[in-house]
Design a protein around this ligand. Structure first.
Ligand SMILES: *[C@@H]1O[C@H](CO)[C@@H](O)[C@H](O)[C@H]1NC(C)=O
Ligand SMILES: *[C@@H]1O[C@H](CO)[C@@H](O)[C@H](O)[C@H]1NC(C)=O
Ligand SMILES: *[C@@H]1O[C@H](CO)[C@@H](O)[C@H](O)[C@H]1NC(C)=O
Ligand SMILES: *[C@@H]1O[C@H](CO)[C@@H](O)[C@H](O)[C@H]1NC(C)=O
Length: 436
């Protein structure tokens, strides 16, 4: 089929496809196997950590018993390496019979019985990234129906071993096929990550129509370097990425690695803070059976979670990159509130950063801030008040900032005013004062 044929076919598909089924009005929260457990299939020698049904049941038990579920962490997501190397006699995907003896439907029931949801992994292509059976174009409907029959709630659809034309056809087709099953299934598309993540190769309008979330960039690894590389890429490209996000359509900078080996406590707070600013999925990949209290407190921070899950669903932006290697990030929130994150890229000592809200584009008015990780409140702020935050090397200070109400009258006026500025946000943004 020539390029014109592909374009026409795409036009037809996009007319009939919409995965607007009400799912993921806020970013998904949960747990995914990949970053921590990879493709460990050696259950004989490493039974605790290999990819098998017990691992997912163990994590589900932890989510329920250790307070995660009530905070919103609800998806348990299987990644690559769950499959048998062969499809069954009817051509259907099947789990590895030794490692998933109960089958996926039974595992899904386990999740549902515990108030959780099950996610699964497939790949638009000849093979998965780890060389298990892929979903070629002719298998898309069959695989969508198989997942739906198992009562799966979420599909991560990777893109190894396919070319851009197959991807251009396959990702919309899978969206349509999932919709046709009648089962609401959250759909995570790795498509943009295979196209460099940016327009014009990636059409974010189309992605928002067919997917609930998408991976734009490389996989996260268990290191601060990897995390910083991801943060840099997302905020360097915020003009393209930030407007793409909204309720039911999220950029996915990949899993939370908090609780593993690569991040210090300060760096872990930085990941939690920046993922909240980015309205990113909060999908942990760690060992919930062996989490220390520091990591647990960061991942269970209720205000950081509330900021991430804000109902307006507006992704935040980087406002400033200072010569001092301090960066400031901002996200508008409902009820005229906002979040600010002060990040230090320094490697010496806590840095005392002086600024005011006016320098960060805030309007005149009186404000109060809740310091998300210290729990203290900063009172008596107006836009011109100079203040100082002390930011640890590779750490953050994160504020939840809200207008301090003077009277019913000014409150109402400010509400109307902020509604106006919110409507202009997507068009203009705060960019006029950026020092980028
Ligand atoms: C299928 O798409 C239609 C149209 O967007 C939507 O109303 C419906 O909820 C979707 N159903 C499922 C199961 O995704
Ligand atoms: C899904 O379930 C239906 C009803 O039991 C069955 O007819 C169909 O063959 C199943 N499809 C797949 C792909 O498993
Ligand atoms: C992107 O996709 C949308 C929705 O399918 C379509 O209307 C628009 O024309 C596309 N934009 C480009 C530049 O191809
Ligand atoms: C803002 O607060 C400062 C003290 O932090 C005060 O000196 C100033 O008068 C206040 N400005 C307004 C407009 O309220």
């Amino acid at each position: 089929m020539g390029p014109l044929g592909v374009t026409l076919l795409l036009a037809l598909i996009s007319l009939t496809v919409a995965l607007d089924n009400g799912l993921l009005k806020t970013p998904p929260m949960g747990w995914m196997a990949w970053e921590r457990f990879r493709c460990d299939t050696d259950c004989a020698n490493d039974p605790e950590n290999c990819i098998r049904e017990d691992l997912f049941r163990n994590m589900a038990d932890r989510l329920v018993e250790d307070g995660w579920k009530e905070l919103g962490y609800e998806y348990v997501i299987i990644d690559d390496c769950w499959m048998s190397r062969l499809r069954d006699e009817q051509g259907r995907l099947q789990p590895d019979p030794i490692r998933f003896p109960g089958g996926i439907a039974k595992l899904a029931k386990y999740m549902h019985d515990h108030g959780l949801k099950l996610g699964i992994y497939g790949d638009m292509g000849t093979y998965t990234c780890m060389h298990y059976p892929g979903t070629t174009l002719d298998k898309i409907e069959l695989d969508a129906q198989t997942f739906a029959n198992w009562s799966v709630d979420y599909l991560k659809f990777d893109g190894c071993y396919s070319n851009p034309v197959e991807q251009m056809l396959g990702y919309p087709l899978m969206s349509k096929a999932l919709n046709a099953t009648g089962r609401p299934i959250a759909y995570s598309c790795s498509w943009p990550a295979y196209l460099g993540g940016l327009p014009p190769n990636v059409n974010y309008t189309l992605l928002g129509d067919i997917c609930h979330l998408w991976r734009n960039y490389y996989d996260i690894q268990d290191s601060w370097d990897s995390m910083q590389g991801i943060v840099d890429w997302y905020f360097n490209n915020q003009d393209d990425l930030q407007p793409a996000a909204g309720p039911g359509r999220w950029n996915d900078p990949d899993m939370l690695i908090i609780g593993n080996f690569g991040l210090s406590m300060d760096q872990a707070r930085s990941q939690m803070a920046l993922w909240a600013i980015m309205a990113a999925p909060l999908i942990m990949s760690n060992d919930l059976r062996k989490l220390d209290n520091g990591a647990r407190a960061i991942l269970q921070n209720k205000v950081a979670i509330a900021i991430n899950q804000d109902s307006m669903g507006i992704q935040g932006r980087r406002l400033l990159q200072e010569k001092s290697h301090i960066e400031v990030f901002w996200r508008p929130l409902s009820k005229s509130a906002s979040a600010l994150v002060f990040l230090s890229r320094r490697t010496d000592m806590p840095y005392r950063y002086h600024t005011s809200l006016a320098k960060l584009n805030y309007e005149a008015g009186n404000y109060e801030a809740y310091d998300v990780f210290s729990g203290s409140t900063v009172k008596g702020l107006n836009a011109t008040t100079e203040f100082t935050v002390s930011i640890n090397p590779s750490g953050v200070v994160m504020w939840y900032l809200y207008p301090k109400q003077q009277s019913k009258q000014t409150e109402r006026l400010r509400y109307q005013h902020n509604r106006g500025s919110r409507l202009t946000f997507h068009k203009a943004g705060p960019g006029h004062r950026d020092v980028l």
